[in-house]
Design a protein around this ligand. Structure first.
Ligand SMILES: [Zn+2]
Length: 86
């Protein structure tokens, strides 16, 4: 199971439960090299729960995991990144 490193855990403890934290859509530990890092802001509790459930899985891996573990593998999962509109 994925564990937050102790530095990250200490940083998270100092924040209020409703404060926003930065989440990397693709975990930095999963990026080969340093590509473009897509991030979003999420409340700290939701962020902790997300990583407790999904560790450092990618979005596609999360959907596959949910399908196998919670949906009896009854779905065919596809996921596509939306193109950036400028
Ligand atoms: Zn995160």
């Amino acid at each position: 199971m994925f564990q937050w490193d102790t530095k990250e855990r200490a940083r998270m403890k100092k924040k209020k439960s409703n404060s926003l934290t930065t989440h990397h859509v693709i975990p930095t530990s999963r990026l080969k090299g340093k590509g473009i890092l897509s991030v979003c802001k999420v409340p700290i509790l939701m962020h902790q729960l997300y990583h407790s459930l999904f560790g450092n899985m990618t979005p596609e891996e999360i959907l596959q995991h949910l399908n196998v573990s919670f949906w009896n593998d009854e779905y065919e999962i596809t996921i596509n990144k939306t193109p950036k509109i400028k």
